[in-house]
Design a protein around this ligand. Structure first.
Ligand code: PRF
Ligand code: ZN
Length: 365
């Protein structure tokens, strides 16, 4: 990637993919099953999404990689012709499966859909991701709970590094980038070891995995700070699984270029909207007769076309349109936050701006 501006550790840059250029830092809305729930590709584009994410775990189980490949790839199948990334499925196996068995070969698990058993090996998840055809694919990794024993993290990060090597050996699509993933829990020396092993194999981009999994914010930021400083400057850095506005601004300040999370879209489906003055729960009775816009500073379709009172009504009635309009706003809001961050980094004013932004967001009204 090309780093255009640096402000402290924060960077603004450009990431070129076969389906277009991505301005970083960038938030990737999650389209688990090949759809960002409720939004069309045109909606996503209008909301300012630069790159979206799909999940190998879900798409492998349903509708299956063969079927997606028959359509061409996930771009053709879903109608999203912009940049896309697929996660390897490792994380979903560890977070969703009640039963799973890890071996050197890979990880065996029971499907969340029908209980059928499957095994993800580095070779299989790489082939499936080649079939899905996203611009960026991820290596198969293990993401242990943050509080797992140190010895477990040690064994696990070494196995993840061996899996990363096998993924790279199995990967053959030249029009797809395969990113490595750094693990190691909250131990700075293990993070360093994981990073060195992963960088030694050599990838065009690196993700920091295994964070935002139950540890405190403090611990997360400290571990990320230590890890990010050691990552190659010229490679894109992806923080896996953060999407709350404050967390986004914090990881950007530590040099992260891309991140994903279900939070903005999931919150929307639970009736919550992100605003510069904090999260609003539209189910709260104070919105029933509030005929003003959702977020007066937002230019999205939801904020320019509908009132809080109408949205509150839709949410209370569990209407499809309510979910959709709030999702549209939360994605627009998060994309816009990243756009503002890029501007501030380019002007060299990021730290002061982020501090003021967070202070306003956290001052509950
Ligand atoms: N690994 C993978 N995907 C992930 C994570 C990880 O550690 C996380 C951790 N926050 C989210 N998504 N492959
Ligand atoms: Zn809006």
């Amino acid at each position: 990637m090309e780093v255009l501006a640096r402000d402290g550790e924060a960077r603004a840059g450009l990431l070129d993919t076969p389906h277009g250029r991505v301005q970083t830092p960038t938030f990737m809305p999650v389209g688990t099953k090949g759809t960002v729930k409720g939004l069309t590709p045109a909606d996503l584009r209008g909301a300012g999404a630069g790159i979206i994410l799909g999940n190998t775990y879900h798409l492998y189980l349903r509708p299956g990689a063969d079927l997606v490949r028959e359509a061409g790839d996930l771009h053709a199948f879903s109608g999203w012709d912009g940049p896309m990334l697929t996660d390897s499925g490792g994380f979903q196996v560890f977070s969703l499966a009640k039963t799973r068995k890890i071996s050197e070969r890979g990880v065996r698990f029971a499907s969340v859909y029908d209980g059928s058993t499957h095994e993800f090996t580095p070779e299989l998840t790489t082939r499936v991701q080649e079939d899905l055809g996203a611009d960026i694919a991820m290596v198969l990794d293990e993401c242990p709970p943050a509080n797992a024993a140190r010895g477990y993290h040690e064994d696990s990060l070494r196995r993840t590094a061996r899996w990363a090597r096998r993924c790279k050996d199995a990967h053959s699509r030249e029009d797809q980038a395969l990113f490595g993933i750094v693990q190691g829990g909250l131990h700075e020396d293990l993070r360093r070891e994981s990073l060195e092993r992963t960088v030694e194999i050599g990838f065009p981009g690196y993700a920091v995995g295994g964070l935002s999994v139950g540890e405190s914010r403090e611990e997360m930021l400290q571990t990320l700070a230590a890890t990010a400083l050691m990552l190659p400057w010229e490679s894109p850095r992806y923080f896996m699984g953060i999407g709350d506005p404050v967390g986004i601004l914090q990881v950007i300040s530590l040099g992260v270029d891309m991140f994903d999370c279900v939070l903005p879209t999931r919150l929307a489906r639970h009736g919550a909207a992100l605003t510069p003055d904090g999260r609003l729960n539209l189910k709260n009775s104070r919105f029933r007769r509030d005929f003003g816009p959702l977020d007066p500073e937002c230019s999205c379709e939801t904020c320019t076309g509908y009132s809080r009172a109408y949205l509150a009504h839709l949410v209370r009635e569990d209407e499809l349109l309510g979910h959709r309009l709030l999702t549209l706003h939360n994605v627009h809001f998060t994309a816009n936050l990243c756009r503002q961050a890029r501007r501030e980094i380019s002007s060299g004013t990021y730290a002061a701006w982020a501090r003021a932004w967070i202070s306003r967001y956290e001052t509950a009204r």
